[in-house]
Design a protein around this ligand. Structure first.
Ligand SMILES: [Zn+2]
Length: 71
């Protein structure tokens, strides 16, 4: 294994949903290029990755997160 298995961060917080306004949290799920990091790297479970992806897309739409980080 290249990196150790991590427990889903959002499960640890017992998050029922991901707030699109929680930019600090969402930043942990996007790369420097502003791309959404895949589930293997974030260690998120499928449920929370789906919620995180949705929150990131919403945050992008509202310009809270960049579509492209490196311009
Ligand atoms: Zn989870």
């Amino acid at each position: 294994m290249a990196y150790r298995e991590k427990k889903c961060r959002l499960c640890e917080q017992q998050a029922q949903e991901v707030d699109y306004k929680d930019v600090n949290l969402l930043r942990g799920f996007v790369s420097f290029q502003g791309k959404i990091i895949n589930r293997k790297r974030t260690g998120n479970c499928a449920k929370h990755q789906r919620l995180a992806t949705r929150a990131i897309k919403r945050a992008r739409f509202l310009a809270l997160l960049p579509y492209v980080g490196d311009q």
